[in-house]
Design a protein around this ligand. Structure first.
Ligand code: EPU
Length: 348
C-alpha cells in the first residue's frame, strides 16, 4: 500500500454502523473521505470482482445476515457551503457524509427555511435523497435542487436535477436502481422568507399556546420538531431502531371507502386520487404496540418503529416484521411494505 492509499480493513464490525445495532461483519471495510478515496475503493473491489455496499449513517437498513460479503464503504465526504446567495434564497451544498440533523440546525440557525421540519432525522445528507426523507408535512424533494453522484456504470460524476431524481413518497431513482449512483453531494435551495410549514397535527398542538406564530423562526420550528419527536420516537443511541419500519400504504379511493365503512376510526392522510393510510394505526389495532420478545419489539409510543432491545439479529427483526405484515393483511387486507433497505444474507 502506498502512502496516499486509504486503508481497507478486513473483517470489520458493522454493529455500530447501523442504528438497529444488529451484529454483522463486513468482509472488507473502508471509510471514503474524498472522491478519490471512493474511486480507489471501487477500483480495488473491481480488481477482485467483489461487490460494494455504500453506507451512510446506517439508519435505514437491516443486515439480514451476520456476514456482509464484499467491500462496505462508509461515505464520509464532508463539506458545507453556501452558493448563489441572493436577497431571499441561497443554495446549501452538503457533502454526502455530513450529518443530516447538523445540516438542518446549521441552515435554520443561519436564518434559512425549508428543512427545519426534518430536524432529528438520523442519517447522512447523502442518504437523504435515497428515501426522500419526510416528516411533519415536508419532504426533501421540496427543497432539493440537485444531486451530484458518481455513476458506477460509466465512472463519470453526474448532476441529477430534482426531476431526474424521480422523487415520490419515500422513494427515488436511487432506491429504484440501487448501486448505480453513489451520491457525493446534494444542493438544497433554501429561502429566508418562505412560509413555515406548521399544519401537521403534532406541530399545531405544540405551538398552540404560542401567541404570535408569525414571529416564529426556522430554528423555533426545528426545536419544536425535536421536542415532538423526542416524545414519540426512540433515540437510536438508547434504543436501537431504524425509524418507521414500514411505509404508510397508499390505497385507491375505492379501497379507502370500504375500509372507512368497516373501520370508521381508521387514521389516514387523504389525497385527491388515493389515500395514504397510517400504518402505525393498522399495527396498533392489531395489538402490536409495546410488544417485546426476548430480543426485539415494537415501540410503546409509535407502533411503526421496531426496536432491538437485547442484541437481536436482523433475522429476529425481519421475523417480527413478517408477523406484523401477516396480521395487518389478515385484518385489513392491506399489504405493508418494509421501508428500510434489506441487505440480504450472504449465500452459504
Ligand atoms: N397512530 C396510532 N398508533 C401509533 C402511532 C400513530 O394509531 O402507535 C396513528 C395516530 O392516529 C396518528 C397517525 O397514526 O395520527 C399518524 O401517526 P404519526 O403522526 O406519528 O405519523 P406516521 O404516519 O406514523 C410518518 C412518518 C414518520 C414521520 C411522521 C411525522 C412514514 C412511514 N413515517 O409517521 O417518519 O416522523 O409521519 O411526519 O411516513 C421515518 O420515516 O422513519 C419516520 C419516523
Amino acid at each position: 500500500m502506498s502512502q496516499d492509499e486509504p486503508e481497507i480493513t478486513p473483517s470489520a464490525d458493522l454493529s455500530h454502523l447501523n442504528t438497529l445495532n444488529v451484529a454483522a461483519t463486513a468482509e472488507y471495510f473502508i471509510a471514503a473521505h474524498t472522491v478519490s478515496e471512493l474511486s480507489y475503493a471501487l477500483g480495488w473491489a473491481k480488481e477482485r470482482a467483489i461487490d460494494c455496499l455504500v453506507l451512510g449513517g446506517g439508519s435505514n437498513l437491516v443486515f439480514a445476515g451476520t456476514h456482509v460479503p464484499g467491500l462496505v464503504i462508509r461515505m464520509a465526504i464532508a463539506g458545507r457551503q453556501w452558493e448563489n446567495a441572493g436577497d431571499d434564497g441561497a443554495t446549501l451544498v452538503l457533502g454526502a457524509g455530513e450529518n443530516w440533523h447538523d445540516a438542518v440546525l446549521y441552515a435554520a440557525s443561519s436564518g434559512y427555511r425549508g428543512i427545519e421540519n426534518l430536524a432529528l432525522i438520523p442519517g447522512t445528507c447523502g442518504a437523504a435523497p435515497v428515501q426522500n426523507i419526510g416528516a411533519y408535512g415536508v419532504e426533501l424533494q421540496d427543497t432539493l435542487f440537485s444531486v451530484t453522484a458518481l455513476d458506477t456504470q460509466t465512472g463519470q460524476v453526474v448532476t441529477l436535477s430534482n426531476k431526474e431524481c424521480q422523487f415520490a413518497y419515500r422513494d427515488s431513482l436511487f432506491k429504484q436502481i440501487p448501486g448505480q449512483y453513489i451520491i457525493l453531494q446534494i444542493r438544497l435551495r433554501l429561502s429566508r422568507t418562505k412560509p413555515l410549514s406548521l399544519g401537521y397535527g403534532d406541530l399545531v398542538e405544540y405551538f398552540s399556546d404560542h401567541s404570535a406564530p408569525s414571529s416564529l423562526t426556522a430554528l423555533d420550528i426545528a426545536e419544536g420538531i425535536m421536542a415532538v419527536r423526542r416524545r414519540k420516537l426512540p433515540d437510536p443511541e438508547q434504543m436501537p431502531n431504524a425509524g418507521s419500519f414500514f411505509k404508510n400504504p397508499v390505497v385507491p379511493l375505492e379501497t379507502w371507502d370500504q375500509l372507512k365503512t368497516a373501520f370508521p376510526n381508521i387514521a389516514a392522510y387523504p389525497g385527491e386520487s388515493s389515500v395514504k393510510l397510517a400504518a402505525a394505526w393498522l399495527i396498533d389495532q392489531c395489538g402490536w404496540k409495546g410488544y417485546r420478545n426476548a430480543t426485539v419489539g415494537v415501540h410503546s409510543r409509535q407502533a411503526l418503529v421496531l426496536t432491538n432491545h437485547s442484541h437481536g439479529s436482523g433475522e429476529d427483526i425481519l421475523a417480527l416484521a413478517e408477523r406484523i405484515q401477516n396480521d395487518v393483511k389478515e385484518r385489513f387486507g392491506v399489504a405493508l411494505e418494509i421501508e428500510p433497505r434489506i441487505v440480504p444474507a450472504a449465500a452459504r
